[in-house]
Design a protein. Structure first.
Length: 382
């Protein structure tokens, strides 16, 4: 870096090449590469499956610093020590200017080497929920927050992807004298075009990981109640995860398996075409890309009031309900599934119009580079 505006050598490190975290990193790679920066990636080799392999193959030409995959585990594991050593070696060999950790594990790997001394690359960190979404007060949550407070010492700049996560960090870890930027996730212009439904869409659509935090069990209970009232509401559930079989068994035990379709994982842009109304019954979220994508594509939305979702739909959105509240979900679904298509379309259009000037992918990428530049300047001045 011979001048303040010289191209940067940026290395992203994160665990699972899945979900919104992966989407944000992909977008940053594309924009930063186009702007002339040299990019590299370190990611888990145990997750992501064939889809991750395909995506990394597509990204390889944009990543001259290489795509390196190491076995990473969600929770603390002996392999963390060898992974940290391997990452430090890559950082030295590639002469990295910025080491950007995404998610809790990526944040650990990116910052641990600078906790007791500021040397090497600038360390950036973007939390994506992760350790901040564990139940407060539990032993695991306390342990992870202790680690987050320690790693704060090794951070040059935080790039929080929602005000919600920034506030969660300050609540759990206290204020910081490190640089802080709120960098909202963004969409491309074409993602604000209305989606085109498939020939026979279901009434309801869910897209996400099939695990407890997503609240799918509450949605299934609501579907069963609606059927008992004489309204068999059809639903498509898109995604995979640890609760896949349990949720399928639940639909059978509640006798709604004939109106509920499980598709497995699917690209969000394809999935949002398969149902009239998207339901997000989550118990915990950060700033979920799938909600942002649905809003951009003008998908009518019923959602819970968790995480950064109010930042997308607005605090006063009337189809936003408390998480885990079956009666509130039922009441909103009764209204939604009976609403005329024209009314649903107008509601969705207004949401998209609100989001468009706020959630812009180019602005996201520019703001991240600005955060790097500020951290580099602060390091030089220290």
């Amino acid at each position: 870096m011979s001048s303040p505006n010289a191209p940067l050598r940026i290395l992203f490190v994160f665990r699972a090449p899945l979900g919104g975290l992966f989407r944000q990193v992909i977008d940053l790679i594309r924009f930063q590469s186009k702007a002339g920066h040299q990019i590299g990636v370190i990611a888990d080799s145990l997750t992501g499956g064939d889809r991750a392999v395909e995506v990394f193959k597509e990204l390889a030409p944009l990543c001259p610093l290489g795509i390196h995959r190491l076995p990473m585990h969600r929770n603390p594991h002996p392999s963390d020590l060898s992974n940290i050593a391997a990452i430090n070696r890559i950082v030295r060999e590639k002469r990295v200017d910025v080491l950007h950790g995404h998610g809790s594990k990526g944040g650990l790997y990116a910052r641990i080497g600078a906790v007791f001394g500021r040397s090497g690359p600038v360390r950036a960190y973007t939390p994506h929920g992760g350790s901040f979404n564990y139940q407060p007060g539990t032993a695991l949550h306390k342990a992870y927050m202790m680690v987050e407070r320690l790693l704060e010492r090794g951070t040059d700049v935080f790039t929080f992807e929602s005000r919600y996560i920034a506030n969660r960090f300050f609540e759990e870890c206290g204020q910081t004298d490190k640089l802080v930027h709120i960098v909202l996730n963004g969409l491309y212009p074409h993602e604000f075009e209305p989606r085109k439904l498939v020939a026979n869409p279901t009434d309801i659509l869910f897209i996400g990981e099939l695990r407890a935090a997503k609240g799918i069990d509450t949605l299934i209970q609501a579907l069963a109640r609606l059927k008992s009232e004489g309204r068999a509401v059809s639903a498509t559930i898109i995604g995979g995860g640890p609760d896949d079989q349990m949720l399928k068994d639940m639909t059978r035990s509640l006798h709604i398996e004939d109106q509920t379709t499980f598709t497995g994982p699917m690209l969000g842009s394809e999935g949002i075409r398969r149902g009239r109304i998207m339901v997000v019954p989550s118990r915990a979220e950060s700033l979920p890309y799938i909600v942002l994508e649905a809003v951009g594509a003008q998908v009518p939305l019923v959602t819970t009031n968790v995480g950064g979702i109010p930042e997308i739909v607005g605090d006063d959105y009337d189809w936003m309900i408390p998480s885990g509240d079956l009666e509130a979900l039922l009441a909103t679904l009764r209204t939604a599934v009976n609403a005329p298509d024209a009314a649903l379309a107008e509601r969705a259009r207004r949401l998209a119009a609100r989001a468009r000037p706020i959630f812009d992918a180019q602005k996201m990428a520019d703001d991240v580079i600005a955060a790097y530049r500020e951290a580099i300047a602060a390091r030089r001045g220290s």
